[in-house]
Ligand binder design. Structure first.
Ligand SMILES: Nc1ncnc2c1ncn2[C@@H]1O[C@H](COP(=O)(O)OP(=O)(O)OP(=O)(O)O)[C@@H](O)[C@H]1O
Ligand SMILES: [Mg+2]
Length: 267
């Protein structure tokens, strides 16, 4: 197989698009986001980049249903998102705050399934399987304090996929990890995407990470922020930390995006 040929994974029947239609958000009359329109297709990976304070986290909160937009809306398929929904999973930068410290890894992953009415034996079996999917077989019995930061972030990802979310929203998920752990987790995201055909929206400050992970990079900037660029990343589905990042097109994408982020917003 040609390694540069994009290979779309088979779509599960449950997969739906995530769309943002005319979304604006203000805090106390300060406009942060203005009239955003975007669509994430089933199985697509999108990176969102932009200067600090541009409104990236605000956008993810609106996408997840944690916060209502001031105007416009978010839809999963044809359904308006008005509160957190089962189809959407969230992974934040602060893995320490997202784990319940008195629960073992397997219980942390299984816990949200209780609310779905999944029987205990099935919850635990599913949690162990998802821990294996994220490269943590056999660590289910450990408490968060017995795991490294990278392992805890893997547990957070396992929890999202155990819940059967098919859209994963990630806000700076690997921002506080060392470079090697970060690369390993980027590769985990790419393999989960292939294996489970989930859609992923990842916010990151790291332009290399944005390009490496995504089918498309959205650049947000301005006050209020709008989408100032939408870059299709045509690097194929089979990516590798060494060869993909050495591809001349990788450098071109990185330069184009960096230039947009560093440019002062139009007056
Ligand atoms: N709850 C809030 N109330 C009032 N203003 C807020 C609130 N949350 C964020 N803001 C403001 O909205 C703007 C966008 O914040 P946001 O956190 O979405 O930016 P960001 O792009 O995620 O930044 P960073 O890259 O630093 O994480 C900032 O000016 C911030 O101060
Ligand atoms: Mg943020």
């Amino acid at each position: 197989m040609n390694i540069m040929t994009p290979v779309k994974p088979p779509m599960p029947a449950r997969a739906k698009s995530l769309s943002v239609e005319g979304l604006s958000k203000s805090y106390c009359n300060i406009n942060v986001l203005s009239d955003l329109n975007l669509r994430v297709e089933p199985g697509e990976v999108i990176s969102i980049v932009g200067p600090s304070g541009a409104g990236k986290t605000t956008l993810l909160r609106c996408l997840s249903g944690l916060m209502p937009p001031t105007s416009g809306g978010v839809k999963v398929g044809d359904e308006q998102v008005r509160e957190p929904v089962a189809e959407i999973g969230l992974v934040f930068q602060d893995y320490r705050g997202s784990m319940l410290p008195w629960m073992r890894a397997v219980e942390n992953v299984a816990f949200p399934l209780q609310g779905k009415g999944v029987p205990k034996a099935e919850r635990l079996a599913r949690a162990h399987a998802c821990l294996a999917d994220v490269g943590l077989p056999g660590v289910g019995e450990r408490y968060p304090w017995q795991m490294s930061g990278g392992m805890q972030q893997r547990v957070a990802i396992a929890r999202a996929i155990a819940y059967d979310a098919h859209i994963l929203l990630m806000d700076e998920p690997f921002g506080s990890l060392d470079a090697q752990t970060r690369f390993d987790l980027e590769d985990l995201v790419l393999s989960l995407r292939k294996q489970l055909a989930i859609s992923i929206v990842v916010v990151t400050h790291d332009i290399d990470e944005a390009v490496y992970l995504a089918d498309r990079v959205i650049v947000l900037s301005g006050h209020p922020a709008t989408v100032i660029d939408n870059v299709d990343i045509e690097l194929g589905a089979n990516r590798d930390q060494i060869t993909t990042k050495a591809d001349p097109r990788f450098a071109q994408y990185r330069s184009r995006i960096l230039e947009q982020i560093r440019r002062p917003p139009a007056a």
